[in-house]
Design a binder for this molecule. Structure first.
Ligand SMILES: Nc1nc2c(c(=O)[nH]1)N[C@H]1C(S)=C(S)[C@@H](COP(=O)(O)O)O[C@H]1N2
Ligand SMILES: [Mo]
Length: 194
């Protein structure tokens, strides 16, 4: 596997591309940012409904990481700015008993993230990309980012985070994509029992 000079290795099965390929498998929703809310739930019950301003007040952090799509392309050195998921969990007093975070977006897209990946200090609700607010097609006003997971876990136009006990498939997981989706472990597809 090729190594980029002076940098970390390329994850197995990935190649570096100059830019993102835009995906919107359920179309692009039109969102009024004044009405946008991040709804946080525990076992389906609403705990909080945050406006953009309220979300930002929880504390924004910056992160420079590579982005990896499960179809093979990666983009180097992407700079995100947003609110760590872990901070949301702590500040909203979500109890530690959850096992998965089920995600719903404004377009109807869904995905699911393992608790350890959701609580990774680098996991965030991102509001900016490379110093600018997200472009509408890239999830404005907010998308999820998990640097160590394949890109499909990073739901654009994110709306609901539900901290649940039992595993539930999202959109791609129902089509055979992996429950966790860790890049370095190459968790692309669910294990099948033959
Ligand atoms: N709502 C929504 N989020 C999504 C997707 C999508 O189709 N709809 N595609 C996912 C996939 S597979 C990838 S690789 C990234 C791509 O991000 P980009 O469209 O900004 O390049 O978004 C993820 N989040
Ligand atoms: Mo992807």
């Amino acid at each position: 596997m090729a190594e980029r000079s002076g940098r970390s290795k390329t994850p197995p099965g990935q190649y570096y591309a100059p830019d993102f390929t835009i995906y919107k498998v359920m179309g692009q929703p039109s969102i009024d940012e004044r009405l946008w809310r991040l709804v946080v739930k525990r076992r389906g019950v609403e705990v909080a409904s945050l406006s953009l301003e309220e979300l930002e007040k929880l504390g924004v952090e910056r992160l420079k990481v590579d982005f990896h799509c499960v179809t093979g392309w990666s983009v180097a050195d992407v700079e995100w700015e947003g609110v760590p998921v872990r901070r949301l969990v702590e500040k909203l007093g979500i109890d530690n008993g959850f096992n998965w975070m089920y995600v719903e977006s404004y377009d109807g897209y869904t995905t699911v993230v393992h608790r350890d990946d959701a609580l990774d200090p680098r996991a965030m609700v991102a509001l900016k990309l490379n110093g600018r607010p997200l472009e509408p097609e890239q999830g404005r006003p907010a998308r999820l980012v998990f640097p160590h997971l394949y890109g499909w876990k990073g739901a654009k136009w994110v709306h609901v985070l539900d901290f649940i006990d039992g595993y539930r498939d999202g959109y791609w997981e129902a089509l055979g994509y992996h429950e966790r989706g860790r890049v370095w472990e190459e968790e692309r597809f669910k294990r099948t029992v033959v």
